[in-house]
Ligand binder design. Sequence first.
Ligand SMILES: Cc1ncc(COP(=O)(O)O)c(C=O)c1O
Length: 467
Amino acid sequence: MVSANLDLSLKGSDYLPSPSVSSPNQQISPITAQINQQDHLEIGGCDVVELVQRFGSPLYILDEETVRLASSQYRESLLRYYPGTSQVIYASKAWCSLAICSLVASEGLGFDVVSGGELYTTLEALERMGLSKQAAQLIYFHGNNKSPAELLYAIENKCTIIVDNWWELETLVKLAEQPIQIMLRLTPGIECHTHEYIRTGSIDSKFGFDPNQLETLFDYVQRQPNLKCVGLHAHIGSQIFERQPHQDLAGVLVGWLAQAKEQGLEVETLNLGGGLGIRYTESDDPPSIVEWVKALSAAVVTACEQLGTSLPRLMVEPGRSLIGTACVTAYTVGSSKEIPKVRTYIAVDGGMSDNPRPITYQSLYRVVLANQMSEEAQFKVTIAGKHCESGDILIKDALLPKTKPGDILVVLATGAYNSSMSSNYNRLPRPAAVLVYQGEANLIMQRETYLDLVRQDILPERLINFT
Ligand SMILES: Cc1ncc(COP(=O)(O)O)c(C=O)c1O
């Protein structure tokens, strides 16, 4: 795990949003985060300490205004900087639930789903909002190993299927009784490793068609009467801070779009995926949503001019930058262990089951004490989870004021790939989630109970009667 290099004069208030920064992905905390008169952290007009008293901990606290602002910045900057038509779809793998799908749909965004479960959740949310008729235009079905049953489910609901490989393509040819809308996912050979990228021409990815087979692929698709291919897709990675990789991607895909058109496909859409990074720590420096969209739009326009091809309909599918900064996770402090001259562990009531990113990717986070926001953070501590795993460390070398059992510790920027990758490891019930907005807090995910943990278990009679 990488140690954080922190300034010893920090306070919780230093992580509050800066008024001069308007892009949510460039803040560490939700845009409504502030300190109230009790010196408590407040989000969406709700006191975080009171939220924990009411809903328990660990608790995901999702700020509606941050999600709405990020969504509208994507939508409006595409309208402003891209001269063709465009669509923003939310990569629901970042966090998929009825409330989140409804929130995002109410902002006019569509959806990237990657499984029957994400598709079901999205359809259910749209239906409850009276938007079922729009589902066909709003949902794009991804995935490198969609089952025939999942494909049929997407076909029944007239979603666009983003075809990933030959097996899927051939399965669709068999399943499609009427024309279905598809796009093709291609491997662009642009590799991103968060802060750096390389254009290798590498085709070593489990996702997408090999670009060396484009001619054969386009020719095959063109000959299928029931496959209407409307566009091309690529996604190069996540938590990317540079603009150049996506600009290169735009150039590569416009070239392939022109080739597809030459081979007789009526492709008019380019989906450049997601990937814009967010600010988890002070050293993270992603471009703003507006800057990112502007750079991508310009790259598509330039590539089209160079090739003399018409402007495609442009799609982007952000996940992390739409929801990551909008959520924090509140924990209650429990035990601690001081090892003189080594470190002090502070344990909280969650850990790798509600946030698997530190143990999986060595991800860094910032933390504040929600009940003492203005106190100087003078103590270097390691925030440990409660799981039976030495690696269950949420933050190594975090700076905090002196803590005691019962304090409310808040890890910032936990909206993306936290709840969605959560587990019941050690049979911990998954946390509750609340949506906060202008002083109102609505439960959007119930805390799991012990009964939930055994709900799917089956105890065979033979074992009950075994003596
Ligand atoms: C195909 C695809 N699109 C979009 C995304 C969203 O990426 P991000 O959350 O970095 O915006 C992902 C995430 O890995 C993805 O695999």
